[in-house]
Design a protein around this ligand. Structure first.
Ligand code: ZN
Length: 355
């Protein structure tokens, strides 16, 4: 039924409100996880640690650092009797720790400058601590060694689970969200919480990436199948001598998400369509379908990417069906990961059900 229009109310010209100046865009820091590890811990360092020899040093510090006020707090004023190494000279009451660093992802100089977040997932306690050494040995089955003081503060005992995170912050403009007003008499509208970025198990930086051209908008997501194992995919994305391929994310069959390239950079995953796309690899063979935890992780990651980059839901494509993709002969990727038929209709149906 057509509705009668009310005649517009005339406003006196003199009362026109002054033009509003455009509001300054707010900037908020967004956390980017560069390293994260979770597993069993133990303690190390200080005068009573007989697991360290009297001369044992630290991977990240040298005796010259004893003179640097930034670092000297980590050490006792004098070496314990009979010792010369920095390991036994650590002040066990300060917050320090060791992990098995890959120095190409987290270089030594980078580690020396930062504080990491160390958490006890069982009780939620957390503290900032400084990385000082490489370890523990992989044969221990543990992922980190903490200072005795830090372990005590977090309520951790040997072989308890610990979580360690190193993150960087980048400034991004805050997106304005218009509040939705409930109609008169209607129940209040509950707005769903904005999706947050799923936990990245590890940032395994790939060298096969480039800066996006200034002004390029991220406008699509490309879904891939690794057609091989997680280890095989991660290794392939480190190679600089052959196809120089990469992706932004790899999702393992157990749902673990690895990041290899920052969203702000171009990965080399979809010839002809890399400029404005995010590439997500899913571990699987040509005949596999997605494993349930992998599908859940992929859905969560895509939901966050859609919001973060304001990508339309209709712009999620299988590799072979991506607009602009131009490899002669095409590709069989993403095979049958998202449904029984290799088609974009299958992908769209999966997105509708899972994202
Ligand atoms: Zn692919």
């Amino acid at each position: 039924m057509a509705q009668k229009r009310k005649p517009p109310k005339k406003k006196p010209a003199a009362k026109r409100p002054p033009r509003k100046r455009p509001a300054k865009q707010k900037i908020q820091p967004v956390e980017e996880i560069l390293f994260r590890v979770e597993g069993k811990m133990s303690t190390f360092g200080g005068p009573t640690d007989t697991g360290m020899t009297a001369t044992e040093g630290l991977a990240l510090f040298t005796p010259a650092d004893l003179q640097d006020p930034k670092y000297s707090y980590l050490f006792l004023p004098t070496p314990p009797p009979g010792t010369t190494g920095l390991g036994r000279r650590l002040n066990p009451e300060t917050n320090y720790f060791a992990c098995r660093w890959n120095y190409s992802d987290t270089p030594r100089e980078f580690l020396r400058r930062l504080l990491a977040r160390v958490e006890n997932p069982a009780n939620g306690r957390a503290a900032d601590a400084r990385p000082v050494d490489w370890g523990p040995n992989v044969s221990t089955g543990r992922v980190a060694d903490l200072s005795p003081g830090l372990a005590k503060a977090l309520g951790l005992k040997t072989d308890d689970m610990v979580r360690i995170t190193i993150s960087a912050f980048r400034a991004t403009p805050v997106k304005r969200v218009k509040p939705v007003r409930p109609a008169k008499g209607a129940a209040p509208v509950v707005q769903p919480a904005a999706p947050t970025k799923p936990v990245i198990k590890q940032f395994v930086r790939s060298p096969n990436c480039s800066c996006r051209k200034v002004g390029t908008k991220i406008d699509k997501i490309v879904l891939h199948c690794t057609e091989g194992s997680l280890a095989g995919a991660l290794a392939e994305f480190q190679k600089t001598d052959s196809r120089k391929v990469s992706a932004h994310y790899v999702i393992d069959r157990n749902g673990d998400i690895y990041q290899l390239v920052n969203d702000t950079d171009c990965a080399n995953h979809c010839m002809g369509a890399n400029a404005g796309s995010i590439g997500i690899e899913h571990v699987g063979s040509e005949t596999d379908s997605l494993a349930p935890p992998q599908a859940a992780a992929s859905g969560a990651l895509i939901r966050w990417l859609l919001q973060e980059h304001q990508i339309p839901r209709t712009n999620i494509f299988g590799h072979d069906f991506t607009p602009g993709y131009c490899r002669p002969g095409g590709t069989s990727c993403p095979d049958k990961l998202f449904g029984p038929v290799h088609s974009q209709v299958t992908i769209a149906a999966w997105v509708a059900a899972n994202v």
